[in-house]
Design a binder for this molecule. Structure first.
Ligand code: FRU
Length: 486
């Protein structure tokens, strides 16, 4: 199908149920389909939205275009879970069915207020001349999951801010509510994080820009969110067009974070901010959303996918997934991300490992592998590989020099080659390396040294190969578990 503008923005009720069912069946049959991560039933998934705890369950929504693998008319799809691992789909929560969100119910967040969950999001509206108006919108979700939109927008882009003004994250701080938004200045197109404030979630006024760096943040910031982690603030955000001199990143757009001690709420200055750090050392993490749960613990979930990049499953009319949920902590001035404890509830069968070059001859490419590689070891670990180690995803390591790389250059369906096929990072030299590797058919998540780094990537290679093996003798210990599908 040719994705004309008219097709992309066709109202949902004009698509046939038959087409949707066909697309769902096609996605489900895909050899690349994930089985224990949140993935679209059909069409395209992007940003996680409204990640929260409410009414005894965790909630996450995601940006969805169910009718094809393109960025068309977006809505919010709703998932709930008792443990942030076992997710259940609850259906469409916010449809793009009003004037204000006529061209997409874009990204936003959720916060509990009384016995309801307040959803705040950007309504993407286009005029007949295709001029974009970003409306910041509100809706209430009750305990039955029923969503009622507020009849009027909360606010629009203020003077001096272009049409690129979106992705509000509502937080409680300084005795009121703040909305943290991505913004672009109209005069010189620079990316900014802007704060609005409110006492009641309904009446909002501009607070100003959040000052947390002297660097120029490219031409736009998307999906900013502010969480408290172990007593400090962490701002997670996606600058577009950031200079490679500010931060070394290879993806088309990075997902970054900054840590600061506090915020001066009068001047909106971050107190003692860190430099900008890359949130994920892999290929595809973007639009990560974090929140503090009822105990104050911070959790994050990411879109595994990037804007303006095509993925091989586009040909099968579906695209992308969400990462697993990561618990956040601070250590030595860096953000540590670890799998939530509930992930172990998916373990089905355990095997202990020690020093054998072949870890598993046959798997169903749906597992967790935990390895401690001894100091002074070098080699390549092949996943989803064949007898000759010709194809597959590769982890190259050197625990003497301190090096780790995620390499998708030997996969049978390489893609996005323009931005490189290898992502490398440093390990502490001459020390053991602890890896928790999660594989889900076409997704790999590698947690390094208790979450000091995470390397996430999609990869597309023949499932006929499913072997896990080192290419040479390596001194290591570990465990393998099959993962139960959700
Ligand atoms: C980031 C983003 C957001 C926007 C949403 C639209 O991936 O572009 O800025 O709200 O996706 O789907």
């Amino acid at each position: 199908m040719e994705w004309t503008r008219a097709k992309r923005y066709l109202p949902y009720d004009q698509w046939s149920a038959e087409r949707l069912l066909k697309l769902q069946a096609q996605a489900d049959r895909s050899q690349y389909q994930l089985r224990y991560h949140i993935r679209p039933k059909s069409g395209l998934l992007n940003d996680p939205n409204g990640f929260s705890y409410f009414n005894g369950a965790y909630h996450v929504f995601y940006q969805s275009f169910p009718f094809g693998a393109v960025h068309g008319l977006k809505s919010w799809m709703h998932m709930t879970s008792p443990d942030m691992v076992n997710w259940q789909e609850q259906g469409l929560a916010i449809a793009p069915d009003t004037t204000y969100d006529s061209h997409g119910a874009y990204s936003g967040s959720a916060i509990q207020q009384g016995d309801k969950l307040f959803l705040m999001y950007t309504g993407n509206h286009r005029t007949e001349d295709w001029e974009r108006i970003p409306y910041q919108l509100g809706a209430w979700m009750d305990k039955t999951g029923k969503v009622t939109k507020l009849p009027q927008p909360l606010f629009k882009n203020p003077a001096g801010i272009s049409e690129h003004f979106r992705d509000p994250q509502v937080i409680k701080a300084n005795g009121k509510f703040y909305a943290v938004l991505g913004a672009q200045t109209a005069s010189d197109q620079t990316g900014q994080v802007m704060l609005y404030q409110s006492k009641d979630l309904l009446n909002w006024e501009k607070a100003g820009f959040l000052h947390f760096t002297d660097e120029k943040l490219g031409y736009m910031v998307e999906c900013p969110n502010l969480v408290k982690v172990d007593g400090k603030y962490v701002l997670i955000f996606c600058p577009q067009g950031l200079s490679q001199e500010v931060s070394d990143y290879q993806n088309i757009y990075p997902n970054m974070y900054v840590i600061f001690d506090d915020i001066n709420w009068d001047t909106l200055e971050a107190v003692n901010p860190s430099p900008l750090y890359n949130l994920d050392g892999g290929f595809d993490v973007y639009a990560t959303q974090a929140f503090n749960d009822q105990d104050g613990t911070a959790y994050a979930i990411s879109w595994v996918g990037l804007p303006d990049i095509s993925y091989p499953t586009d040909d099968e009319n579906w695209a992308n997934c969400l990462s697993q949920v990561k618990e956040l902590h601070l250590k030595d001035g860096r953000l540590y991300q670890t799998p939530v404890s509930g992930i172990a509830s998916l373990h089905e069968f355990e095997q202990s490992l020690e020093n054998t070059p072949e870890i598993c001859a046959v798997t169903d490419n749906q597992y967790e592998l935990e390895l401690t590689i001894a100091p002074n070891q070098q080699g390549n670990l092949y996943l989803q590989t064949d007898k000759d180690l010709k194809h597959g995803v590769k982890l190259t390591f050197d625990t003497a020099a301190g090096y780790l790389a995620l390499d998708r250059s030997q996969t049978s369906q390489p893609f996005n080659e323009k931005y490189g096929l290898i992502r490398s990072s440093r390990l502490p030299a001459q020390q053991a390396a602890k890896l928790r590797i999660f594989v889900d058919h076409s997704l790999i998540e590698v947690f390094v040294n208790d979450g000091e780094q995470v390397l996430t990537g999609r990869y597309f290679t023949s499932p006929a190969a499913s072997r896990i093996a080192f290419d040479q003798p390596v001194n290591y210990r570990g465990h393998y578990w099959d993962m139960r599908p959700i």
